[in-house]
Design a protein around this ligand. Sequence first.
Ligand code: SF4
Length: 617
Amino acid sequence: MSSTFCPMPWITQSTRNNGDIRVCCQANVGYDQGLARKETTIPDTYYIVEWNRCYVPDPAKLISATLQENNRFLDDYYQGLDLAFDKIWPHFKGHSALLKSLSVNKTILMRVVYSDNNDVITSMLFKDIEDANQYIANSNLEQISNLLKEENFRSTIDTIKLSADDTNAWVNDKRHRQLNNLNIVKENKINLDYIDYWDIRNVGEVYNAKDANLDEARNCPMLKQVRLDMLDNKWPLACKRCEDEEAAGIRSRMQYERERWDKLFDVEQAHKNTKADGSINTDKLPVVFYDLRFGNLCNLKCRMCGPTDSSQWYDEQVKMFGNTYQDTQGIVELVQDEKGRYKPKIDLYNWYENSAFWEQLEANITDIRHLYLVGGEPLMIDQHYEFLQKCIDRNESHHITLEYNTNITNIPERAWNIWKYFEKIEIGASVDGVGKIVEYIRHPAKWRILERNMRRLDDAEGNFKMWLAPTIGILNSRHLPDMIIWVLEQNFKLINAQSWKPPITPHPLHHPKWLNIKILPPEAKKEITEYYEICKPRIRELIFSQTDKGPEKKEELYSKTIALLDNYAIFMNNDDWSELLPKFWELNTKLDNIRGESLENAVPELYNLIKYSKPEK
Ligand code: SF4
């Protein structure tokens, strides 16, 4: 079997929570990765706006400040230089937001910061000269350049016209630099997205499930190329996350999807059903698996979320960061409604309210085998119940598995009544800890309700499968083994009950970075790693006291559970991001003050470990 074959591009359709159609939910890494864009004509020419600057007294100083791995804030790029940054800063304000907005809208195709000889160069690629000129005007680039010239800089701005071939060569050069870490800024998200996923043909408008012809989207240029690459045993650019996970020895989604669909669709069928240009006959090969993210409607406002994930976050977003934020479709502005509550000026997240989408799903009802339903909070979405009822009414529910990613704070009776008609119900429950820690992380969740719902699910009759899927960040980093112990003590019948599965199924928190476990100070990491060791004997004792497994199964379960803990310790200890601790204290304390909560009360063990790192007021 081809090692890069995955059935998803042939039999699945997937949306982001704003309705944009993508290759699958693994395609989360960059703004642009794996999005289904419409076919578009390739321009003959492109334009690069090139801004060269050199710090004349000491060119190497600017280069080394700029090329540091972890530059996150604008002044990091000028760190240590003798210049009146305060005078220049106001002209930069809004610059990052402008860049993101232009890149999301595909006005700017790529931005790269690198060095050549004594210069630092920022290059921005456009497909229209008007866009390039507009960018120069809106970005204050000329004012900034003139101010830098007053501060011992040499600075020039040029617009260069390139053919399509020369543009490809330019991109390939930057990709080579990025892969080999050659004089290029690597931390910049825009750089990484565009260098990794650049495809000159793929610059059209994104198909959105709210109004797209879903079949047409299945033959977009990106998906055709993904299929051809897979069948040619090459990793598609869109599948970078699976490629990276495989390279790191982690079982990627590609592997388990291949196993899950093996009987229905394998690589031989993929070869048979794929035309020379990578397209498929969508009538002959219908979608059997929909992976749907229903906007951001949610009843919780978890600390690691934001307004793109939860509608409960709007007011706090304004209090914490101001009334705009970045989504993959551009900058979102929050405005007050008649009751004074904030909401987006244009709602990006209500795409699933459009009946055209559900009608297309309904037309395909006989072929659906699996629905993966995520929010926001999917159990709050009325339209999905209406669709499930249609599956029942048409006697098609018995061949459909429903898989949910839910916070299980509220499981309506409507769900229980509907679920019993489906082939299987699989529930990944986002529960990040036991007791007040989960109430703190997932405000305003109540532990007694979560516990009650877990027990009700554990007692459910029918074909249920359930697992606890905590997101592990700094706040529950020390708590991880406590949660494992608690689950083992409950002797659940159903929850994480497959004998090969550890008691919980955690995922590391990647964003926001200031809540990542890598930011913990080295001393705290040491204590936490030691605490994991202290907990192992209790975990062993609990696993070996289980009566429903033989010694071999117990040994296997124990070693998998210990490996899980060890892997988190490795993940935490591999990088030192403790320079983000001040950001953690600033933002977490701000949120505490807004919510009337306190880290010290909610997570005292962690607080005591890190309190010394809290900056003085
Ligand atoms: S290989 Fe990975 S990223 Fe690509 S479609 Fe399959 S699961 Fe998604």
